[in-house]
Design a protein around this ligand. Sequence first.
Ligand SMILES: *Cc1c(COP(=O)(O)O)cnc(C)c1O
Length: 386
Amino acid sequence: MKIESRLAQIGSLEDPATGGVSFPVYHSTAFRHPRLGQSTGFDYARSKSPTRAVLEAAAAELEKGDAGFACSTGMAALQTIFAMFKQGDHLLVSLDLYGGTYRLLEQIMSRFGVTASYVDTNDLDGLESLSTPNTKAVLIETPTNPLMMVTDIGKVAAWAKSRGYLTIVDNTLLTPFFQRPIELGADIVIHSATKYLGGHNDVLAGLIVTKGEEVSAEIAFLHNSIGAVLGPQDSWLLMRGMKTLALRMERHQFNATRVAEWLQTNPAVETVYYPGLADHPGHDVQSKQSSGNTGILSFKMKDARTIEPILRHVKLIAFAESLGGVESLMTYPAVQTHADIPLEIRNAVGVDDRLLRFSVGIEHIDDIIADLGQAIQSAEKEVSSL
Ligand SMILES: *Cc1c(COP(=O)(O)O)cnc(C)c1O
């Protein structure tokens, strides 16, 4: 079955009791045992819950893994994965990382003696030179956010495997509709399902998909033991969102490509970061390993003074954090999503005070470009009269 069909039909065949095409929300936390030593398959909802189970099976299938785990947020999913590591363990992590992941590693995992080195994960020599006898895993974001750096997942996963390291990929920005890291050699995929999978800026959720018996059993143990699981109502909301993922991703990609091309022609803009553009350094790898491009792009203005007025003048586009929803959102990474990353690291990778990140929604492209155009024009007018 093609992925579009699988997505549209999530939960549609799983309720034989009524034939409901929308799977019901089971709120029960406790389940009757038929007899001593017998179970319906459900005992206590933290361990396994019917609505969540349908979502988890769909996630595993979509990402081509063996098991899926739904967590309360993307951060809860990452925390569950990081709990695999113990004092002294070391991780190799993509340099231009989601700020919350960096904070979790540097301010919380560090308390437990788990350390991380930040590196351009596309550079095998760099990965090699930062490896230690205690290295256990490589954590990749591709493309990264906000700078849209692309990592060759297959190349890194093969290298990691040869060293006995796990490969973990944060697939939030592309979703399994466009990119399936497990097919490229990854062991674990993580999602902030709050973003494209949910897709409507109305549900917080995280997903983990694992490949391999040992890793799957370990994450199942941690998921149940830590307990940061997704509730039934949110599981249902997430499935409801995922049914339209294919349509949404196609429109996000279409709109983001048009916006990127338009921004490239705007004289007030210095650089546009979007792997869908042919001159993007990650374009070829991205085209090889993914069947499409995300709806996120970033752009650097020539003049930092235009940033504040642009964010004040956008109307259709909301000045808000987060990404991946049907509504267009624009954010200022240096002071918002990436504020927890030290200034030296931010400046070294280029997340500076002239950079804006744009999560292009599914509104009509003409309205999006008109709004962006008027905001930039108004900002330039204000700056030139200073
Ligand atoms: C948002 C995000 C997270 C964190 O997910 P939450 O659902 O907000 O906890 C992790 N990784 C990436 C790439 C994200 O965009």
